[in-house]
Design a protein around this ligand. Structure first.
Ligand SMILES: [Zn+2]
Length: 322
């Protein structure tokens, strides 16, 4: 910027309202990697400028908004930018996203994250779920070789719900008789490809929908011998090895066991413990959040990657597939 322009800018600074002054301060303090995220988004949108409303392509450029290129669709005439159609669209205080993502990577509670980022508790909740909205895409679509399958039980929870309609509120502590459980089925192969499912009812049909599209032709299904797995294997002529764990059997023919998936369950439960219960309707998002940790366990990932992988990239992949 020329020094004359800079002097002009300084003169205008005196006219700022307190809110604008605060906004400008936050903008100047934001980490360098934040513009990097926006730049990556802009680049990707420029490469595949598909309309998020009607999927028509290519649109034409339609001015700039907040430093981002805006496009207008030739067919539906609606405008969009690089964040339209992603969960981050219209989310405010973008300068704090990275700090929030960092806290999510540390698996902190909502209240702690709200305090650290100086945001409202409601905003903290909304951001968490926005960031996790697309994590289902991180499920492996292909499972090969020995595929371990097993379920674990998670307590049904209506956390956050103001009025319980299905049952009376529980007394603190006991009342164990009335606890209901939901099943979480985890599929995992020996290359650490993983997919998980919240199943309120564990039926053959549900198993077919979850397993069949993912199972590669050479796969050997390995389970605890639940009748549904046996029925599935018989119906679709799958190679199936079951381990009779209730009779104390752990490994069969030296290689067939479900210890990988059981260890996964135990890590998942240990991680979830810090949240003191998760509402069943959001359980799939927490499973996705944990899955992200598992997938990135040994790599050096930054908060920017977290935002990118959980909230933005899948939506672009979705656009490009159609
Ligand atoms: Zn359109």
């Amino acid at each position: 910027m020329k020094s004359t322009d800079f002097n002009q800018l300084k003169l205008h600074l005196a006219e700022l309202q307190p809110r604008q002054r605060h906004e400008l301060l936050m903008l100047l303090q934001q980490p360098d990697s934040f513009p990097e995220l926006i730049a990556r988004l802009e680049e990707l949108t420029a490469l595949h400028p598909t309309c998020p409303h009607c999927r028509d392509t290519p649109p034409y450029k339609w001015g700039c908004m907040n430093g981002r290129q805006r496009y207008r669709c030739r067919v539906c005439k609606r405008t969009f930018n690089s964040l339209t159609g992603t969960p981050l669209s219209r989310l405010r205080m973008a300068e704090r996203w990275l700090g929030y993502a960092e806290l999510m990577m540390a698996s902190t509670t909502l209240r702690y994250a709200a305090k650290q980022c100086q945001i409202n508790l409601g905003t903290s909740f909304r951001w968490r779920h926005r960031f996790l909205q697309l994590v289902d895409y991180l499920k492996s679509s292909e499972l090969a070789g020995i595929v371990e399958a097993d379920e674990t039980m998670i307590r049904e929870s209506f956390k956050g719900k103001r009025k319980l309609t299905k049952r009376a509120p529980r007394r603190r502590g006991s009342d164990k008789k009335n606890i209901k459980w939901v099943k979480v089925m985890v599929l995992r192969d020996r290359h650490r490809n993983e997919a998980d499912f919240v199943l309120k009812r564990f039926t053959l049909r549900k198993l077919e929908l979850a397993l069949l599209p993912r199972l590669q032709p050479d796969a050997v299904l390995c389970s605890d011998g639940h009748l549904n797995y046996e029925a599935l294997a018989a119906k679709h002529h799958l190679l199936h090895k079951f381990v009779n764990s209730s009779a104390g059997q752990r490994v069969r023919e030296e290689v067939f066991h479900i210890q990988g998936v059981n260890a996964y369950h135990s890590r998942l439960k240990q991680w979830m413990h810090r949240f003191h219960g998760v509402a069943t309707k959001y359980l799939h998002r927490y499973l996705g959040w944990f899955r992200w940790f598992e997938q990135t366990r040994k790599s050096d990932v930054q908060p920017i990657d977290f935002i990118w992988q959980c909230a933005v990239q899948p939506r672009f992949q979705q656009f490009n597939r159609t």
